[in-house]
Design a protein around this ligand. Structure first.
Ligand code: COA
Length: 273
């Protein structure tokens, strides 16, 4: 057991900011940092993989439901405040690989994973939904991939979203930072079902129960076949490209602007060097 596990019991355990509750064959994982809109800190990625591995190996869990704590957010994405802690290309590359490995682990998990989106799903929060198998959204959910305002790109999102919502819709979200409300997300296929906020978790549980009644073996095979299409080389390219972007002056300005609560000022590309 990792030293990051702070509490453990037969029915629930916590790993860092993740709270996992087991009820029968369904596991509920809550991202639990509501005061920062469940932003994903540097520990988040490894913690998520550890939680997933524990659930895959517990011999009981058949479906995982992921949601966010609090009223406002599923997750507002990577913890922007922590980006400045990475000083070298090696640290940035390790971070990007860590992020990508987590999305891949979710996508490749033998467990069916349902995202129950209770509010903002921005950046990594939106990418997380793209790595899940079914997305159910509260009518208060908001989806976006606003990383270009930080001089960045959602590394997994740009690979996976085009096959889910189309290339141009992906570009609109990635380039303009355009946000989609729950119904717009439903219309373009980012979400499979929208329910009134108060019914989100019961709807997610109903879906989980339906899935859990069917064959785990068939789910594992079905997922693999449905998710085919992005090869490891593309993931690796994305990690490299993001490492370079994250080292740019644009990214430094984007992070500064977020922390200073102002609009970023990006220079013309020709003026950069
Ligand atoms: N990383 C780190 N902290 C974040 C965060 C993130 N991605 N998103 C929100 N927070 C923090 C805020 O800094 C704030 O902290 P503070 O109270 O200590 O100042 C707190 O969470 C609440 O957020 P706030 O911005 O005050 O709420 P809001 O309702 O005004 O705006 C959002 C909500 C989601 C629109 C806004 O927080 C936002 O744009 N977040 C960044 C989204 C993003 O760019 N994600 C991609 C990251 S790569």
């Amino acid at each position: 057991m990792s030293d990051k596990t702070v509490a453990s019991s037969a029915e629930s355990f916590e790993i860092g900011d993740l709270r996992i509750t087991l009820s029968g064959v369904i596991a509920l994982l809550k991202m639990n940092r509501p005061e920062k809109l469940n932003a994903m800190g540097s520990r988040f990625w490894g913690d998520m993989r550890e939680a997933l591995a524990r659930l895959e190996n517990d011999g009981r869990t058949r479906v995982l439901v992921i949601t966010g704590s609090g009223d406002k957010a599923f997750s507002a994405g990577g913890d922007i405040a922590s980006f400045g802690e990475m000083k070298t290309m090696t640290q940035r590359r390790e971070y990007q690989a860590n992020v990508m490995d987590t999305f891949i682990a979710l996508e490749n998990s033998r467990l069916p994973v349902i995202a129950a989106v209770n509010g903002y799903a921005l950046g990594g929060g939106c990418e997380l939904t793209l790595a899940c198998d079914v997305v159910i959204a509260s009518d208060r959910a908001v989806f976006g991939m606003p990383e270009s305002a930080l001089g960045l790109v959602p590394g997994f999102g740009v690979l996976r979203a085009p096959s889910v919502i189309g290339r141009q819709m992906t570009k609109m979200m990635v380039m303009a930072g355009e946000r989609l409300d729950a119904h717009q997300a439903l219309q373009c296929g980012l979400v499979q079902r929208v329910v009134v906020h108060e019914q989100l978790m019961s709807e997610a549980r109903n879906m989980a129960t339906k899935i859990a009644e069917n064959s785990p073996l068939a789910h594992a095979v079905g997922k693999k076949l449905i998710n085919r299409g992005i090869d490891r080389a593309e993931f690796d390219y994305s990690v490299e490209a993001l490492t370079v972007l994250q080292s740019s002056e644009d990214a430094a300005e984007g992070v500064r602007a977020f922390l200073e609560k102002r609009k970023p000022q990006f220079p013309d590309p020709g003026a950069a060097s």
